[in-house]
Design a protein around this ligand. Structure first.
Ligand code: EPU
Length: 342
């Protein structure tokens, strides 16, 4: 376990916001965390915030409590047969490192999520998704410890209530109450490529890759190259990936907007709902590549807000508010941040 007092959070959030925390404790096992909560409560200043890689956080001010961070990196096979493997993965693994590891073991299903920043634990909270796959589809259970009393609790997939960028852990009732310590995935031992996403098919076609013989590693590399082309590297320019979620509207609203904006893209969610790319809405409002002080909108993917250098959390929030207001004003559609404001 590593403990720090009055520490800069610069390297603990990918937005690169320079705030401090009263304390930070990095735990390396479930037992360490349980012991801390049950027996050393005096070391935990309220409020308590359990973070992952800080790739979905926007700090607005110094944090007055204790930040907990998982460094649990165990991995164990729970069960396997010729077709499937159930594997338990510590929440402190970097998601992309685990994806690479899984492919090296011949375990498939996560390759489309390659290169998404973040840790295994946080990805189960956010239900990260990309290129036609959401992590919730592969999760069997999320193993947690209560931050209130140190008891262990496992949430099976149904209990996690996964939907687009959502889980039970984001609801007002459960938010901030549990630290995820490990995630159980069900992965395939037979590779079936998921290349439904138009962007992937396009790149595979233009790269001249023979899709019949496509390997999982080739698919991973394709996803990585698409992301690298579009998305800024947080190590170079602070950002938290998609800042907003794509709004879901009812079909009548979608049709009404479509009659006004014929080129508006949309994706079917279910019989009565459509998803509109927030990137398109933001671009139509003239924000693509624009800036407000030290906060900017990325020039290739307007869904991503960037720290142009030395931005505060409030600089980013101001920009986010302006974009939300403009999108609401022009289209009557509310876009909601995916990023958590702290
Ligand atoms: N678009 C524009 N202008 C642009 C860019 C995109 O109008 O400059 C429109 C286009 O119509 C395009 C559509 O937006 O077809 C979708 O763009 P993209 O394929 O880049 O996906 P996205 O909906 O913007 C989502 C996820 C990403 C994920 C990609 C690929 C959310 C909030 N974001 O973005 O996730 O990588 O799909 O699956 O759902 C993240 O969460 O950090 C993230 C990057």
């Amino acid at each position: 376990m590593k403990k720090f007092q009055d520490i800069s959070l610069l390297q603990y959030n990918t937005f690169g916001i320079d705030v401090r925390s009263r304390s930070l404790i990095c735990y390396e096992s479930e037992d360490e965390l349980i012991d801390l909560i049950r027996n050393s409560k005096e070391e935990l200043q309220q409020p308590i915030l359990n973070i992952g890689a800080g790739s979905n956080l926007l700090f607005l001010e110094d944090f007055k409590g204790t930040i907990l961070k998982s460094m649990i990196e165990d991995v164990s096979v729970l069960e396997e047969d010729e077709c499937k493997v159930r594997v338990r993965v510590g929440s402190g693994w970097i998601m992309d490192e685990f994806i690479l590891y899984s492919l090296q073991q011949g375990w498939y299903g996560l390759e489309n999520l390659s290169d998404i920043p973040g840790q295994v634990g946080a990805s189960a909270v956010q239900n990260i998704g990309a290129y036609g796959v959401e992590i919730g589809e592969r999760i069997e259970a999320v193993n947690c410890i209560s931050l209130e009393d140190g008891t262990m609790r496992t949430f099976c997939r149904e209990e996690c209530r996964y939907s687009y960028r959502h889980s039970i852990f984001k609801t007002p009732e459960y938010r901030g109450r549990y630290a995820v310590t490990s995630v159980d995935y069900c992965l395939d031992k037979i590779f079936t490529p998921n290349i439904e996403y138009a962007g992937i098919r396009q790149v595979l076609g233009s790269d001249g890759v023979d899709i019949t013989g496509l390997s999982a590693m080739q698919l991973r590399n394709t996803v990585i190259s698409i992301r690298k082309n579009k998305l800024p590297d947080p190590k170079v320019q602070g950002n938290a990936g998609s800042f907003f979620m794509n709004p879901i509207v009812d079909s009548a609203t979608f049709e009404r907007l479509k009659s006004m904006y014929a080129d508006m893209p949309g994706y079917v969610v279910d019989d009565s709902h459509m998803k509109i790319p927030a990137a398109w809405l933001i671009e139509q409002c003239g924000w693509k590549g624009a800036a407000l002080g030290r906060a900017g909108v990325h020039s290739r993917q307007p869904l991503v807000l960037v720290n142009l250098g030395g931005a505060t959390g409030n600089d980013i929030r101001l920009l986010s508010d302006r974009i939300q207001r403009d999108v609401l004003g022009k289209f009557g559609v509310k876009i909601t941040p995916e990023v958590n404001f702290i």
